[in-house]
Design a protein around this ligand. Structure first.
Ligand code: AMP
Length: 214
């Protein structure tokens, strides 16, 4: 089953995708993670997109479509793919249709995680991840059981994203409403959209996603 998790930054797409990976053997395709990996490894593309990402703007369709094409051509996913942070424009949505078609795959559900804008600032500015295993935490909503120690791997180093600040968030939200939110109407018209309450507690959101998938 291939699904898209659609929602503004901070909606909880990454958190829910990680649980689907653990529990359903799915493969998460996050273009944000791929771009951050390209930056960390210092590739030409990584250098090119660094400033754009830090400002919270969208990188070009060509780059992200290329990243997804590469994954769809090479990765295997018994449980299916979760598209997280992709597509973000109508051109990307059309490209995804074509790519899935050419791989003989289908898109089974588009799950819109609805959240209130006011909640996004605190969600985003408080979040951080384990530098070792990538497990996600939050200053108030999801602290590790032992302060400073990752629950999952015992790591003691944590990272905060460079673009998780109020200034970049404004630009990212603007990009979401201007370029990405038209996808809600697009997938609704195609009969593929399911909307869920992304502000509910994590387990309830998880149950809603399961309901939408099953
Ligand atoms: P994310 O981790 O999904 O919040 O993405 C972080 C940043 O990577 C975004 O603010 C964009 O600069 C860039 N990015 C990630 N995915 C896309 C995409 N599908 N289209 C354009 N830019 C993207």
């Amino acid at each position: 089953m291939n699904i898209i998790l659609l929602g503004p930054p901070g909606a909880g797409k990454g958190t829910q995708a990680a649980m689907l990976v653990d529990e359903r053997n799915m493969v998460q395709l996050s273009t944000g993670d791929m771009l951050r990996a390209a930056r960390t490894s210092g590739t030409e593309m990584g250098k090119m997109v660094a400033g754009v990402m830090d400002r919270g703007e969208l990188v070009t369709d060509e780059i992200v479509i290329g990243l997804i094409r590469e994954q769809l051509e090479t990765a295997t996913a018994d449980g299916g793919f979760i598209f997280d942070g992709f597509p973000r424009t109508l051109a990307q949505a059309d490209a995804l249709n074509d790519l899935l078609d050419s791989e003989g795959q289908t898109l089974d559900a588009v799950i819109e995680m609805r959240v209130d804008d006011a909640a996004l600032v605190s969600r985003i500015t408080g979040r951080y991840t384990c530098a070792n295993c990538g497990a996600g935490y939050h200053d108030t909503a999801k602290k590790p059981a032992k302060e400073g120690v990752c629950d999952k791997c015992g790591g003691t180093e944590f990272n905060r994203r460079a673009d998780d600040n109020e200034e970049s968030l404004k630009t990212r939200l603007m990009a979401y409403y201007k370029d990405t939110s038209p996808l809600i109407g697009y997938y609704y018209a195609k009969g593929q959209l399911q909307s869920i309450d992304g502000l509910a507690p994590i387990d309830q959101v998880k149950a809603s996603i399961a309901g939408a998938m099953d």
